[in-house]
Design a protein around this ligand. Sequence first.
Ligand SMILES: Cc1cc2nc3c(=O)[nH]c(=O)nc-3n(C[C@H](O)[C@H](O)[C@H](O)COP(=O)(O)OP(=O)(O)OC[C@H]3O[C@@H](n4cnc5c(N)ncnc54)[C@H](O)[C@@H]3O)c2cc1C
Length: 449
Amino acid sequence: MNLLDDLRAALGGSAVLEGEAMGAAPASDMSYTGRSLPRALLRPRSTEEVSAALKLCHAAGVPVIAQGGMTGLAGGSNPSGNEIAISLALLRGIEEVDSASASMVVKAGTPLEECQRAAAEHGLFLALDLGSRGSCQVGGNLSTNAGGIRVIRYGMAREQVLGIEAVLADGTVVSSMNRMLKNNAGYDLKHLFIGSEGTLGVITRAVLRLHPPPGEITTTLCAVESYDQVVALLRRAQSSLGGIMAFEAMWEDYFGFNAEALKLRLFARSHPFCVILESTKPAGTVETFLAAAVEEGLIADALIARSLREAREIWSVREGHPIETLPNLLNFDVSLPIGRIGDYAEACTAAIRKRWPDAHVSFYGHVGDSNVHICVSAPYAPGEGMHEVDAIVYGVLGDYRGSISAEHGVGTLKRPYLRFSRSPNEIALMRLLKQALDPKGILNPGKVI
Ligand SMILES: Cc1cc2nc3c(=O)[nH]c(=O)nc-3n(C[C@H](O)[C@H](O)[C@H](O)COP(=O)(O)OP(=O)(O)OC[C@H]3O[C@@H](n4cnc5c(N)ncnc54)[C@H](O)[C@@H]3O)c2cc1C
């Protein structure tokens, strides 16, 4: 028997798809850089089936890719053509919501939004939130250590997990479904799988940490004249308002482009920076805070959303769909120490414009979490020209000791640039871990390291 026959015998014929039956979805995540379908697509329904599949692939020395919601932006779940892809889509469902320990037990293929809803139905709050919430899966969120818009208050995906169950390359199931906030009994094994993008194991279940609901959120937009003032506003808001739920900065090239395309005139004139500041304090308290900040010259102008519609209007500029229509657009997701982001943005723009004087370069992002996204549109040739942009953006970043991936992961797209953010010893330790857990190198080969 060959491997596919063995897999059919273990999982059932309907769980092993080949050729046209797979459809186009397993070829690429939302970076749209994948060009090949996997050799076959497996659709296991349980941890035991994932384990059986890996055991067979391991014995045959055939590479395997875990595929979640395919919303990744780093090419992490893209096949090269030789691999067997394991879709987690049928490993879906919430097993338990435990109000006493404020946690929930979920299967890895459950869409994030389904988990958020289940938490809310129990009067609790799942703090992880991303724009892709309807399609991305918990397993994908954990394996990319996703960030999103609530990191400033609750931390990254890593902070929302108490326990994990994962299947190793050889099919061994490691169940580390801890439910306690404190558990220092040896190494915290869940961290091996969080953020390792499917290269060390396939996540099958998780215990997620929940919080009390944050209550009403006041959304504001602040106009700011310098990057130093953006940082000063962040620190002032944190000390005066406490629970900041979001702090998103947009540079004028980003804000102005989107606002104009969306026909939104939010301020009377343009400003170098606009910041979305969300707080759990009532509108009156936030208004007093903003009035004092204007008085002091910390911010030039501000508006408070008086309805959900107004809040959505403000966020629509940040979501930035118009900018995605620029030709040859490349997106970057980097992080730097917060105080250095302003200088980096200037240096990076200057370096790109030196090569392409008419380039459109704009910055926006979760500045409160030290994360900034960069949009570059220039007349570079596809292929080599795009690598040239990567080399400029990451080269300047290296000078500022930043990270080539703040939240989207390394995948295939950033793999050549890992050395800009990680020392040779760090990369050597990553290789040692990979070798220990996956000596045959069958899990997501060619990704991350
Ligand atoms: C509109 C939009 C908004 C987004 N916003 C954000 C954001 O704010 N912050 C952010 O961090 N990301 C964001 N993303 C990126 C993306 O949604 C996240 O990376 C998400 O966590 C990926 O989850 P997924 O289930 O789609 O994983 P996939 O794309 O399927 O896979 C991503 C990686 O995880 C691995 N993987 C998937 N499932 C498993 C598993 N069960 N076990 C082991 N490995 C697995 C894959 O092999 C791959 O390496 C956004 C994407 C879109 C399209």
